[in-house]
Design a protein around this ligand. Structure first.
Ligand code: PEP
Ligand code: MN
Length: 353
């Protein structure tokens, strides 16, 4: 902690600050400038966390030296974390292979879910998304099929082999959702629901943590820290666009968050271009940008008939559009030294030749 004093500080005020810091077991280093004194606090900075330093007479500012997050920080792990979902390298999140997660915003029924899963798998997706519990802005909007949708997701996973990512909104649902899903999603609106974060921190399931609508990068990392502090170290961060003054898009994709997060944390970072842009025609360009900027994967909304979707139809890709996107992603993946799961038709061609 570095404390800068006001020019008016008296010697007794300075002594009082020093005494309080030293009582806590830290040492102080005083550096006297022409107008201000800088007090360097040496020792365990966390001991000062709850000391209201600005309330001390004579203090102008107090700046922590250390990051408030530890387990999520880059220094904590020697190498980037790869979150192991399922057995295949292509379903692991954070390795060289780009993790491609696709599926409907909401699970609307078993047939549409199966149709989507089979198609996105053929196009190269290796994990299936689908909301069972939906965080809707209106209480009158479709809220998801709940437990029935969890069962559909598990059934389609059994048929296709695609691990399932689905949102959990309430600490009371965590156990049930964890029984059915491979990855627990914490939605943007719940990024700072600390009871929920702690609860998913206590289960043995990877957590996909989406950035809050107006959350700073540090707040996202602190939310990850909540989960990790409970013992669950398998956290995947997701940039999904933030609120800005721009209204041409649903949110503003913060592309810079990708390299910033990569520098700050060892956790994998994926991008949701669907919720960022809010329009199907923006999904591909935002996905390209995300991959080029170093994202470890993408989560994309796909619906067999977007115009019939019960939620987020405007931003959902049709099955064909998702196939086109996967085909055009190749050069961006290569430029970022990433591999993509092979498109099924390419795999078949390779087997035939
Ligand atoms: C979703 O993934 O369908 C969703 C609601 O996302 P977000 O929490 O990012 O809005
Ligand atoms: Mn959605």
């Amino acid at each position: 902690m570095i404390i800068v004093t006001k020019p008016t500080i008296s010697e007794s005020e300075l002594d009082h600050i020093r005494e309080r810091i030293e009582q806590l077991g830290l040492r102080t280093h005083i550096s006297r400038g022409e107008h201000r004194i800088i007090i360097g606090c040496i020792g365990d900075e966390s001991l000062l966390r709850d000391v209201p330093l600005l309330s001390f007479a004579g203090v102008e500012s107090a700046t922590p030296v250390l990051k408030p997050y530890k387990l999520a920080s880059r220094e904590f792990a020697a190498s980037p974390t790869v979150v192991k979902v399922g057995d295949a390298v292509e379903t692991h999140i954070g390795g060289r292979s780009l993790a491609i997660i696709a599926g409907p915003c909401s699970v609307e029924g078993i047939d549409m879910l199966r149709e989507t899963a089979v198609s996105v798998r053929a196009a190269g997706a290796r994990l299936l998304r689908g909301g069972a519990y939906k965080p809707r802005s209106s209480p009158y909007a479709f809220q998801g099929l709940g437990e029935a949708a969890l069962e559909m997701l598990a059934e389609v996973r059994a048929e296709t082999g695609l691990p399932v990512v689905t949102e959990v909104m309430d600490p009371r649902q965590v156990e049930l959702v964890a029984e059915h899903a491979d990855v627990l999603q914490i939605g943007a609106r719940n990024m700072q629901n600390f009871a929920l974060l702690s609860e998913v921190g206590r289960v043995q399931r990877p957590v996909l943590l989406k950035r809050g609508l107006s959350a700073r990068i540090t707040e996202l990392l602190m939310a990850a820290e909540y989960i990790m502090a409970q013992g669950n170290r398998d956290v995947i961060l997701c940039e999904r666009g933030i609120r800005t003054y721009e209204t041409a898009t649903r949110n503003t994709l913060d592309v810079a968050a990708i390299p910033v997060l990569k520098a700050e944390t060892h956790l994998p970072v994926i991008v949701d271009p669907s919720h960022a842009g809010g329009r199907a025609d923006l999904v591909a360009p935002l996905a390209f940008a995300a991959v080029a900027a170093g994202a470890d994967g993408l989560i994309i909304e796909v619906h067999p008939r977007p115009s019939d979707a019960l939620s987020d139809g405007d931003q959902s890709l049709s099955l064909d559009a998702f196939g086109d996107l996967m085909r055009s992603l190749g050069p961006f993946a290569a430029a970022a030294s990433r591999t993509l799961p092979a498109h099924a038709s390419e795999r078949l061609a390779a087997v035939a030749s």
